[in-house]
Design a protein around this ligand. Structure first.
Ligand SMILES: Nc1ncnc2c1ncn2[C@@H]1O[C@H](COP(=O)(O)OP(=O)(O)OP(=O)(O)O)[C@@H](O)[C@H]1O
Length: 287
């Protein structure tokens, strides 16, 4: 399988924050969920990919080209959480501008999505759009110029559950083409669990893991231990550990093996939120 996106050892240094040795690979035809706490470095990573920030070190390859190659503009569809560029325009004016910017801009698809799918108002200025309308417009724009890679920063935040579901289906539809792929940053972990094939978790500027979702959710387990039980667990079996007042949660890999080894301990299947919480708040080692 070819990779749509390869990030190798990327470093970006800000005065009070550093992205450290970021690595990630997004295979064609797949969706990579990009998760992490507020301020973990997701948007900074995305800005590096889009060449909006200069790398201090490392390499990024997008669709087989160096990420600085200007021809990539046509092949990448982008949705940012906050975007005020089009505030003084309406949908018609945006269409006219996009026709000049993208060589493969499809006005018919754009209007179909804006009107039929998303019911966006034709004449309203974008600054008068609600947050949900803003996101829908951004998604319609990203999907109307034959992009092969979508880079989406919080595309479903602020949307109601019904619209969110509809948009997730659009993303799933998009990757039915085996040459298409998506990098999807989101705090809504149920969205990620629903549609991602792979998950990259970034914490304080470093990638903690970048793995297939099935591997993560099937292989990882959380052992709910008493303090006494926890003291008997081999250190090498512990990926992360979070102590509560009277109990200890321990994140382990190879869930089935661990269940047999520690028969008396309750083993839960973790959600992405559980895994992030254990890593963020507990003691951990990088896996
Ligand atoms: N241009 C900049 N100059 C200095 N620091 C910056 C700049 N851009 C981002 N940062 C810092 O980088 C860190 C990571 O921010 P970033 O926006 O990448 O996080 P995030 O994971 O996208 O967070 P959120 O989920 O809240 O959107 C933050 O501490 C932020 O203040």
């Amino acid at each position: 399988m070819e990779q749509s996106l390869i990030i190798k050892n990327v470093n970006k240094i800000f005065p009070q924050f550093t992205l450290q040795n970021i690595h990630m690979e997004v295979p064609e035809g797949t969706i990579m969920g990009f998760v992490g706490e507020n301020g973990a470095g997701k948007t900074t990573t995305i800005q590096c990919i889009l060449n909006l920030l200069k790398l201090d070190d490392g390499e990024i390859e997008v669709l087989g080209r160096k990420h600085t190659d200007p021809v990539l503009k046509d092949d990448i569809g982008v949705v940012f959480d906050e975007n005020n560029y089009f505030d003084t325009m309406n949908i018609q004016q945006i269409n006219k501008m996009m026709l000049k910017i993208y060589k493969n801009w499809h006005a018919d698809e754009f209007f179909e999505m804006c009107h039929s799918r998303f019911a966006l108002p034709e004449d309203k200025l974008i600054k008068d759009f609600s947050r949900g309308m803003h996101m829908k417009l951004a998604i319609a724009m990203a999907l109307s110029h034959e992009a092969k890679l979508l880079i989406l920063d919080e595309p479903t935040s602020g949307l109601d559950p019904v619209t969110r579901d509809e948009i997730l289906d659009i993303f799933l539809d998009f990757v039915q083409d085996e040459h298409h792929s998506i990098l999807l940053s989101s705090h809504i972990s149920t969205d990620i669990e629903k549609i991602a094939d792979y998950i990259t978790y970034i914490h304080e500027g470093s990638v903690i893991f970048s793995k297939s979702k099935d591997e993560l959710l099937e292989n990882f387990g959380i052992m709910r231990c008493s303090k006494n039980q926890a003291s008997l667990i081999d250190e090498e079996d512990i990926i992360a550990k979070l102590e509560h007042d009277y109990s200890v949660d321990i994140l382990v890999d190879h869930k089935n093996k661990m269940e047999k080894k520690y028969k008396d301990i309750i083993m839960d299947k973790p959600s992405i939120d559980d895994i992030m919480l254990l890593y963020a708040k507990g003691e951990r080692k990088v896996c």
